[in-house]
Design a protein around this ligand. Structure first.
Ligand SMILES: Cc1ncc(COP(=O)(O)O)c(C=O)c1O
Length: 476
């Protein structure tokens, strides 16, 4: 555990590593930040990384490597077919997840693409605790649709339930009873649940889903992209599993399902992805698509060097000191924000600290792009890049995601507590000046379909006025 009690009272998360390779960062002046935002169409995704001081847009592919991972990078076997790096990774999957067959792909959404192509047909329905955008898209491209069964406790930004990612088991069973089995290629479990603030699902709930799936003869599919946080939460929030090791919990999770996939940009601290299972027929089926769309099945679109990094990253992930770092930093942020009255998703989840833009910008209307405006305002007053999770990326009027969030992701081992304290301070300043945050609109409102990287424009000069107020505070 990285949390240490202080002699002076309270506790802080302490980094359980020391830094040996660094990359300089710089804070460009406020006026330059306004110009950068203009060029980026007010969308944090479009900023160049050298315009960003602290990058909290995502952890994807952006977690720091351990020294052992950096070393492994240089011992890769780049053979086109039958590379040693592949066999070592497949052995690691067998050892940790207990799945016989492993297929590497270039990232998480490639797993979803291969699985949808292999199993989903026109009119299919895929139950899930909550959707993830890339998965839902791959499924719909194959003519299917996801159906969500999240319990009501997950669809609110407040509360203190430790497992807000849980399935509503009763509703799931009703659906399985009423829907012909041939229309359900698998039941998907997302552990943890990205779009509701990185909230975990409990092991008991996963076991209940798995038992139902067996009863109705349907396969289970586990998205383990965010599993390292979820496993940490099972260890720390589930009384029955407190004394189990990370390895034991991971294995219990893996044993509960038929097929596992993951973004190796998250799980494994690398840049890749993978699919694994025990059923040989499923393996052969998915392998055909991997070799067609990703690469020869022993590299599947990944560099062998990254596969070595991912293998060592799996070992690192079995260490509680490593997997607690993200959640402990996030918990620190959430508790400091609560002390300051800043609205956040509770309880603290994985992946990042999620600001509740609906409450932060309650003075703005529902269609004013509260989360996008908040993300832009945070950048103006701090140089920190967060990620809008709302109207522009989720279209809540069509989706069941009923809230607008700004995610401040915590990439693992990348930032120190002083970075985190700076972020808390500047966001608090902004909260105290929140009335200055104005609305956004699509730059081109004549276009009907938009994507989350499309340009936005402020309705007036609120960004400039906010910048002037910030300069008057003489904080830089
Ligand atoms: C739960 C979950 N599944 C799938 C993905 C897709 O992974 P990738 O970004 O590597 O394509 C992500 C990425 O954020 C995720 O959080």
């Amino acid at each position: 555990m990285s949390k240490m009690k202080l002699y002076s009272g309270g506790e802080i998360p302490v980094e359980m590593h020391r830094v040996s390779i660094v990359r300089p960062i710089k804070l460009i002046p406020v006026d330059a930040r306004l110009k950068a935002l203009d060029a980026a169409g007010n969308c944090s995704y479009n900023l160049r990384s050298d315009e960003v001081f602290i990058d909290m847009v995502t952890d994807s592919g952006f977690n720091a490597m351990s020294d052992a991972q950096a070393g492994a990078f240089h011992v890769a076997d780049f053979a086109y077919a039958g590379s040693d790096s592949y066999y070592k990774m497949a052995d690691k999957i067998r050892e940790i997840l207990g799945k016989e067959y492993f297929l590497p792909v270039h990232q998480g959404r490639a797993c979803e693409n291969m699985l949808a192509k292999s199993f989903v047909k026109q009119g299919d329905l895929i139950p899930t605790n909550f959707h993830f955008c890339t998965f839902a898209t791959q499924v719909s491209l194959c003519g299917g649709a996801v159906v969500e069964f999240l319990q009501d406790k997950g669809i609110v930004t407040g509360g203190d339930d430790g497992f807000k990612g849980d399935y509503d088991i009763e509703k799931l069973e009703k659906f399985l009873k009423e829907t012909p089995g041939e229309r359900i290629p698998f039941i998907r479990i997302e552990a943890g649940t990205n779009l509701i603030g990185g909230q975990p699902i409990s092991m008991d709930n996963i076991l209940a889903v798995s038992a139902l799936a067996k009863k109705y003869g349907i396969k289970t599919l586990l998205d383990m992209s965010l599993a390292m946080d979820n496993i940490h939460f099972i260890k720390t929030r589930d009384e029955k599993r407190r004394n189990k090791s990370v390895r034991e919990i991971t294995r219990e999770l893996a044993d509960a399902v038929d097929i596992i996939y993951f973004s190796g940009r998250k799980l494994g601290f690398a840049r890749g992805g993978g699919i694994c299972m025990n059923d040989r027929d499923d393996f052969i089926r998915v392998r055909g698509f991997v070799s067609c769309f990703e690469g020869f099945p022993t590299f599947g679109g990944m560099s062998s060097a990254e596969m070595e990094v991912m293998r060592v990253g799996f070992d690192d992930t079995m260490n509680e000191d490593v997997i607690s770092q993200g959640p402990d930093f996030i918990e620190y942020m959430v508790s400091e924000f609560i002390k300051r009255g800043v609205p956040v998703v509770t309880p603290a989840g994985g992946l990042g600290c999620h600001l509740d833009a609906d409450r932060f910008c309650a003075h703005l209307g529902k269609k004013d792009f509260r989360a996008a405006a908040l993300a832009a305002a945070i950048y103006v007053v701090s140089g920190v890049r967060g990620m809008e999770r709302g109207l522009s990326s989720e279209k809540p009027e069509e989706s069941i995601a009923p809230f607008e969030l700004v995610r401040l992701a915590v990439p693992r081992r990348v930032y120190t507590l002083s970075h985190i304290m700076y972020v808390i301070d500047r966001v608090t300043w902004l909260y105290e000046h929140r009335d200055m945050i104005g609305a956004m609109r699509w730059e081109d409102e004549s276009v009907e379909e938009h994507s989350f990287i499309d340009f936005l424009r402020p309705v007036d000069d609120w960004r400039e006025r906010l910048a002037e107020e910030y300069k008057r505070a003489e904080l830089e």
